[in-house]
Design a protein around this ligand. Structure first.
Ligand code: C2E
Ligand code: MG
Ligand code: MG
Length: 635
């Protein structure tokens, strides 16, 4: 229920006729209005000032003032102008009425008045006034709303403009970021597929390209391609002797020359090191590819200018064709590489096409690698020991430890067949360490069995990769301590070719081992076509002449002179000499005459397993190693 009481309308009566005023007061009061009375203009204005009535009943002829003047004053006043004024007067002329209405009065009632009329008129004008006020208020509100809307609209428009500008900036930033991203992606893509040194596409690109070609052949069996695998023949020599900077320069120049040869169906990539690949797409016959190979040989034939040096580099090329049927890009590269190695074996500076025999060999090699991994796990290896005897009378003894692989199905596999694979795959590190441990263990056993054995050294073959391990010398030192073996009881054999190929890379480790007291033999000397003069760069104690020289003894005098020269030069460098592969007495005699200190070969003994080698040592002393006899043998 609404409990609020509606406020009463307030009416001011200004009239100097007190009877009139009282009459009106009674009437209006009775009708429910709040009524104030003023008997002159002054009093009337005072009440208006204090209370602001809702309607004024105004007499025209008041004692102190003219009602028209009061009306004009109030209508001109900003606060009171809206108060409805009804004139009450005895003046009935219409001129007066017009004047009053013109001044802003809402009505005109002439005296004597009818009570109900006056009430009706008052109510009507109050209502009209209320409606008018409400209307004005609503109009005002509407205007305000419109103004707010207008302002809001303006603000919105401004915001939209600002937002649009911001969005535009963000959009531009986004576009820029996207462009940067694309650039970066392209750069990364370029980097992923290019070799930074030469700018040529790299191995990853090459494999990708080959994968595409494999698919192409699958969808069109008539489509053919060929892959040329290039390996520079003398790059290592240049790199080792002139340094890596010039080596890099050389590779860049080679790349430039190869690029000169580019045609749309030829693609060139650098695989790494001095290896390049050329892919020939869409070929019609093999001859086309052979012609390309010949051109490349000619292209790389002229000297390269590296600062003041002119170097001739040469290249070996292996070629394979799609008709060998490939599923994997790696197989294509492997086969082309195999053919390239065959080209090297054929004397370098030439090309070689892949044959089924070469491919079979490569696959066997791969199988061998798998076998080898298993064999290391299953410990299928043993060491043989081949005696090395002093010349001419075999007074002093040494051994070379030689590894053997007892394959569960294939039987004994000689080291020549698996050591290169072990080297290529890195398995040689583990295998090589096993060899050293086993040899040291054997020395420890023999030392206990045969007093005096401590004077005997055992040669162990080591691969260049082992010498590349920075901690190799440390590992060896620990093993010597573990087995209580002196460092002069073990000698490392390094083949001549591997020593000269990567010599400078492991010089530091060689020096560390030398400091430990380990001696070095250069193995298979004469096979690496190196000049003796370079040998002094390495801390070598013994030189082993390759058995191919020993075998040719007796065939002509020139061979003997060659061996004599090697022995003389070795002695000049402070080395002693072992001749490998002595099979005949005449070889033994010749070598003794030439001053060779040591001999190894089937004439003395084949490599022996540890049991036979133990017997061999024991047999050297008929009375089974009485200390004084032993001394006579070994010292
Ligand atoms: P190498 O170090 O030059 O070893 C000498 C090779 O000549 C041995 O072959 C030996 O059996 C053979 N030989 C010895 N005397 C004669 C002879 O009078 N006539 C003939 N025709 N041959 C003779 P093997 O044991 O097959 O070893 C071959 C090569 O395998 C070794 O050549 C060596 O380079 C490598 N090798 C052997 N064992 C190891 C090893 O433990 N580690 C490493 N890294 N390489 C090894
Ligand atoms: Mg050897
Ligand atoms: Mg040898």
């Amino acid at each position: 229920m609404n409990t609020s009481v509606k406020p009463r309308n307030r009416i001011l009566i200004i009239d100097d006729n007190s009877i009139n005023v009282e009459l009106l007061f009674q009437l209006l009061n009775y009708a429910g209005f709040e009524v104030w009375k003023a008997l002159d203009g002054k009093q009337g204005l005072e009440i208006i000032n204090q209370k602001t009535p809702d309607l004024i009943l105004l007499d025209i002829m008041i004692s102190d003032w003219d009602g028209f003047e009061i009306c004009a004053y109030l209508k001109s006043h900003p606060v009171y102008a809206e108060i409805p004024i009804i004139f009450i007067t005895s003046l009935a002329e219409s001129q007066q009425k017009v004047k009053g209405l013109k001044l802003g009065a809402v009505d005109y009632i002439t005296k004597p008045f009818d009570q109900s009329e006056i009430l009706a008129r008052i109510n009507l004008h109050l209502k009209l006034h209320a409606l008018n006020t409400q209307l004005k208020h609503e109009i005002h509100q509407k205007k305000q709303v419109e103004q707010s809307l207008y302002e809001l609209n303006l603000e919105l428009e401004q915001r939209v403009e600002e937002r649009t500008a911001q969005l535009q900036i963000t959009l531009e930033e986004l576009q820029q970021a996207q462009e940067n991203l694309l650039d970066r992606e392209q750069q990364l893509h370029y980097k992923a597929y290019h070799d930074p040194l030469t700018g040529l596409p790299n191995r990853a690109w090459c494999l990708h390209q080959l994968q595409t070609l494999i698919q192409q052949v699958k969808s069109n069996s008539n489509y053919r391609y060929a892959v040329l695998f290039l390996d520079l023949d003398r790059f290592n020599v240049v790199n080792d002797s002139l340094g890596h900077l010039l080596g890099d320069k050389l590779l860049q120049q080679v790349a430039q020359r190869l690029q000169l040869y580019l045609t749309p169906h030829l693609k060139i990539a650098r695989l790494g090191g001095d290896e390049f690949v050329i892919i020939v797409e869409n070929i019609t016959d093999d001859q086309e590819v052979i012609t390309i190979a010949q051109h490349i040989l000619e292209l790389l034939n002229p000297a390269f200018k590296l600062n003041q040096y002119e170097v001739y580099i040469g290249v070996s090329i292996g070629i394979t064709f799609s008709h060998f049927g490939y599923d994997y890009p790696e197989d294509i590269l492997r086969d082309a590489d195999v053919a390239m190695y065959a080209a090297k074996a054929n004397g370098k500076g030439c090309y070689q096409l892949l044959t089924s025999e070469l491919q079979e060999k490569a696959i066997n090699c791969l199988l061998l690698e798998n076998d080898l991994r298993r064999a290391i796990k299953n410990q299928e290896f043993s060491l043989c020991y081949q005696p090395i005897l002093s010349l001419p009378n075999s007074e002093k003894l040494g051994f070379e430890a030689l590894i053997r692989w007892h394959h569960p199905q294939k039987g004994m596999i000689p080291p020549d067949q698996f050591i290169p694979v072990a080297e290529e795959t890195g398995l040689i590190i583990e295998l090589g360490l096993w060899v050293i441990k086993t040899a040291l263990n054997q020395i420890a056993i023999w030392q206990e069995q045969f007093p005096g054995f401590s004077k005997i050294a055992i040669n162990v073959n080591v691969s260049p990769q082992q010498l590349m391990i920075p901690a190799f010398a440390e590992q060896v030192q620990e093993l010597l301590l573990d087995f209580h073996i002196k460092s002069d009881q073990i000698k490392f054999e390094i083949t001549e070719s591997s020593l000269l190929k990567t010599g400078s890379d492991y010089m530091e480790v060689l020096k560390q081992l030398k400091t430990l007291g380990i001696q070095f033999c250069i193995d298979d000397f004469g096979m690496g076509y190196s000049s003796l003069s370079r040998l002094h760069e390495f801390p070598i104690d013994t030189l082993k002449i390759d058995r191919s020289f020993v075998h040719r003894i007796g065939s002509n005098q020139g061979e003997i002179e060659l061996i004599r020269t090697i022995i003389t030069l070795a002695h000049g460098l402070g080395m002693d000499v072992v001749a490998e592969g002595i099979e005949t007495k005449s070889q033994l005699n010749q070598l003794s005459l030439l001053g060779c200190e040591w001999g190894q070969g089937f004439l003395f003994s084949k490599p022996l397993n540890s049991v036979d080698a133990t017997q061999y040592i024991a047999a050297l002393s008929p009375s089974h190693w009485q200390p004084e006899r032993v001394k006579a043998w070994f010292i």
